[in-house]
Write a protein that binds this ligand. Structure first.
Ligand SMILES: C[S@@+](CC[C@H](N)C(=O)[O-])C[C@H]1O[C@@H](n2cnc3c(N)ncnc32)[C@H](O)[C@@H]1O
Length: 273
């Protein structure tokens, strides 16, 4: 039987406008639901680690343990290594891996974590089966994904609605599921996990600084990232439509009363001992 492998295309790519968001992420703002369960000696696998800011935070939280960050895109791992080196962390390493077929023996890690990854993969149930397989009996599987249809904002605008519609079409054409947050528990059950704590968490962008940052990175991403290329090459939008969506983001960012909330689904699962 052939080895399971990634069939989806990662929607965002690693353009600077995308990394502006990824490098802002911390264990505190993106993995709070997991932190209370960490112990200093733990051996952790962080899947789809991207530029590694959450990975580095996790390593700092397990000073007597170790964190391995893996990503399907080899190019981003140099940045992840640099992030860890800048922080003087010696208990972290990085490798290329596909979550559908992890190159680790059964029962290896105390905790296996993935933030904003399962929404982008071709078979999230197989991904969770692999995460479960490499987790030690009694260990943790922790997953958090946003849910695009549940994102909400003020004020309403036609351009922002067009953004949400376009994002869904491009992400699904790439083989992903942008409304992953609400599905995590269902996927985990199908992967054979039984001890599942399902919660939700949000990011909110409202101050002038937050609006400028969030709107700016989406405005730029809409016209200058892998997502923009896939949108035009896949026939989902013209360059003019992308420019209009990008301007809608800037317009939202200029609104003093602007407010945006990103809902995430979270699951913290314990593998049977
Ligand atoms: C949205 S980024 C999240 C990065 C990081 N976890 C964070 O939250 O800042 C998703 C990452 O998952 C990686 N990825 C996509 N498909 C993957 C797969 N099949 N196996 C491992 N990583 C994958 C992408 O290359 C990308 O770096």
């Amino acid at each position: 039987m052939s080895k399971p492998q990634e069939t989806a295309v990662y929607t965002h790519g690693h353009h600077e406008s995308v990394l502006r968001s990824h490098t802002w992420r911390t264990a505190a703002n993106s993995a709070a639901y997991l932190l209370g369960s960490l112990k200093p000696h733990m051996k952790i696998l962080d899947i789809g680690c991207g530029p590694g800011t959450i990975t580095a935070d996790l390593a700092a939280l397990v000073p007597d343990g170790h964190v391995t960050g893996v990503d399907h895109a080899p190019g981003i791992l140099d940045q992840a290594r640099a992030t860890a080196a800048e922080r003087g962390l010696a208990n972290v390493d990085f490798a290329v891996a596909d979550v559908h077929a992890l190159d680790y023996p059964d029962d290896t890690f105390c905790a296996v974590h993935a933030h904003q990854v399962l929404q982008h993969v071709g078979d999230p149930v197989q991904a969770l089966r692999e995460m479960r397989r490499v987790t030690k009996p009694g260990g943790l599987i922790a997953v958090r994904d946003s849910d695009y249809a549940a994102m909400t904002w003020y004020p309403a605008s036609r351009g922002m609605d067009d953004w949400a519609d376009l994002y869904h079409r491009v992400a699904r054409a790439n083989g992903g599921e942008p409304d992953a947050g609400r599905r995590l528990k269902s996927w985990a059950l199908r992967a054979g996990l039984t001890d599942i704590t399902a919660t939700s968490g949000t990011w909110t962008f409202s101050t002038a600084e937050e609006r400028a940052w969030w709107s700016g990175l989406w405005a730029d991403r809409t016209v200058a990232s892998a997502y923009a290329e896939r949108a035009t090459q896949g026939g989902h939008a013209t360059a003019e439509q992308l420019t209009a969506v990008s301007e809608a983001w800037r317009e939202w960012g200029r609104r003093e009363d602007g407010w945006f909330s990103v809902l995430h689904g979270e699951i913290l699962c314990r593998k049977d001992a």
